[in-house]
Design a protein around this ligand. Structure first.
Ligand code: ATP
Ligand code: LTN
Length: 337
């Protein structure tokens, strides 16, 4: 009889904080790319609510945004049967491993994290210890599942590097315990910039309503925001240094259509910025329309979302427990049978 060995499937882990309405930056930098992995990898996608409280959250809003973020995962095409979709606080092992890994992470390493520095500036009256140790919790998320690949936007690469360092350090002391993960950055869309200040990253917590396009914005809002997008005084649609606004619009257009820069430049040759902005707005609105309608349908069915959460966290908790026991054993914690 012929025997075939199936190579072990690799594991993917990623997450988004339920800290606001998701932007097209979140969509293009992360969740839109996740579906491509579902047939060939074991994928876990988490709504990282523990991370979200490093910034003060209104409880009712946090609760609602947790459902919304999960609904957006599904509305973006992720099949809950093929992917493990869950909420971070439903799996206690994340917080447990995080404490352990805190003891294997250096103060100096955390002090160098640019997200910590940025957020300390932005939330100067609430520079709490959680904001500082945020990357250790993120490393725990990843390492708990023996993750091979972490698809994220470019802003998270420093955190992934730190996760690799923590895993390597732990493995060196105790022998092979964690898979050392790698980041996976999308070709187009790894860093979408603000429409109002194109030298700044588009962020879901930006207070300027014209800066960010949200996945759930109405068609009219999307068109209006793109029409108002800040550009430069040139008129030619082409990618060039100093044309931050146009470069960003080209990136967005390319990420939604798959067209190359050369194709885009050709398509809009002789046409002004106004024409290009309308085309980008319409493309984005068309692409997001099915996501929005699926989102509405899912949000009307809380019971279904709760079933997905429960099934997802049961699967995740089983896997997480295996790694956590291994860690506890290696460290020397007692584990009576
Ligand atoms: P906040 O404004 O609350 O800090 P955020 O918009 O930066 O949030 P996160 O929840 O921190 O979003 O990020 C979720 C995912 O989206 C991460 O993979 C991150 O790299 C990606 N991401 C966030 N903003 C962008 C962006 N402007 N372009 C591309 N990817 C992004
Ligand atoms: N820090 C990430 C969110 C996040 C994450 C993760 C991403 C928390 N844990 C694990 C990938 C893997 C952010 O986007 N700000």
């Amino acid at each position: 009889m012929e025997t075939s060995t199936t190579p072990q499937r690799k594991t993917i882990f990623s997450g988004v904080q339920p800290s606001g309405m998701l932007t097209i930056g979140n969509y293009l930098g992360s969740i839109k790319n996740w579906k491509a992995f579902e047939e060939t990898y074991d994928c876990l996608y988490c709504v990282v609510d523990l991370h979200a409280i490093t910034v003060r959250q209104d409880p009712a809003m946090l609760r609602r945004r947790t459902y919304e973020t999960l609904a957006l995962y599904i509305a973006s095409g992720l099949d809950p049967e093929k992917n493990t979709l869950f909420v971070q606080s439903h799996v206690p092992a994340h917080a447990e491993l995080s404490w352990v890994l805190n003891c294997y992470t250096m103060f100096g390493e955390l002090s160098r994290m640019t997200q910590f520095k940025d957020k300390s500036r932005k939330y100067a009256s609430n520079i709490n210890a959680g904001l500082f140790t945020y990357p250790v919790l993120m490393a725990s998320d990843i390492l708990l599942y023996q993750t091979d690949l972490v698809p994220v936007g470019i802003d998270q690469m420093q955190h992934i590097e730190l996760s690799r360092d923590i895993a390597g350090r732990f493995n060196q002391i105790y022998g092979d315990t964690f898979t050392v993960p790698e980041g996976f950055i999308p070709k187009a869309g790894a860093k979408i910039m603000s429409l109002a200040e194109p030298e700044k990253k588009m962020s879901k917590s930006d207070t300027n309503g014209n800066a960010s396009v949200y996945i759930l914005d109405s068609r009219d809002d999307i068109l209006r925001k793109f029409k108002r997008a800040v550009t430069d005084s040139d008129t030619v649609v082409c990618r060039a240094e100093g044309k931050d606004g146009i470069n960003n619009l080209m990136t967005i257009y390319s990420a939604f259509t798959g067209k190359s820069d050369a194709e885009i430049e050709k398509e809009f040759e002789g046409l002004g910025y106004g024409h290009f902005k309308i085309a980008v707005g319409e493309t984005v609105a068309d692409a997001l329309a099915p996501v929005r309608s699926e989102f509405d349908r899912l949000m009307a069915d809380k019971a279904y979302l709760e079933t997905v959460m429960k099934n997802g966290s049961a699967k995740a908790a089983y896997l997480a427990r295996k790694t956590l026991s291994k860690v506890y054993r290696k460290i020397g914690f007692t584990q009576p049978k």
